[in-house]
Design a protein around this ligand. Structure first.
Ligand code: NI
Length: 165
């Protein structure tokens, strides 16, 4: 309900873990903490003043860490959007997931301020993916039975290979 120093410490710890992975989003439950906390960095921060212009075709990723406590979806569009998702909890598996294209969301930021905003694109995909984690839902739960089974056998194979390595 409130963002205190202990929640901020968790957020910072999660951000380090996420950058190390590396990933673009992480829910607290993924590191064994059941508080409803999410961190994200889509690399879409403002380009610093005076920065050199990017070379042709170069992707600019400016760090833009975001912090969420008690995230929720207040409204979702009927229009949907497909994105190929992956997850640090499901190594090396990616698949297309269909979700509402736009969502109106609310959360407390790192300072404990309540934010309400309407979001879309990758930000909306990631927000919904991470909120799912807090509710015990993984992106493969949105797939057909057939594709979920295929995902699980691929993940088991990946895990076995990692153990053997
Ligand atoms: Ni995930």
């Amino acid at each position: 309900d409130a963002v205190d120093d202990s929640v901020r410490a968790l957020m910072d710890d999660m951000l380090d873990t996420m950058y190390d992975a590396p990933g673009i989003g992480l829910a607290a439950v993924q590191i064994g903490d059941l508080r409803r906390v999410v961190v994200m960095d889509l690399g879409d921060g403002p380009v610093p003043e005076g920065a050199a212009p990017p070379a042709d075709g170069e992707e600019v990723r400016v760090p833009n860490p975001r912090f969420f406590a008690n995230p929720e979806v207040l409204w979702q569009s009927d229009e949907t959007y497909c994105y190929e998702e992956g997850c640090l909890s499901i190594p090396e598996y990616f698949d297309e997931v269909e979700r509402p294209a736009r969502v109106r969301v609310a959360y407390l930021d790192r300072e404990g301020q309540r934010v309400e905003e309407e979001i879309e694109g990758l930000y909306a995909v990631c927000f919904q993916h991470e909120l799912d984690h807090l509710n015990g839902v993984l992106f493969i739960d949105h797939l057909s039975r057939l594709r979920r089974d295929r995902a699980m056998s691929k993940v088991k194979k990946t895990m076995r290979l990692r153990e053997d390595a």
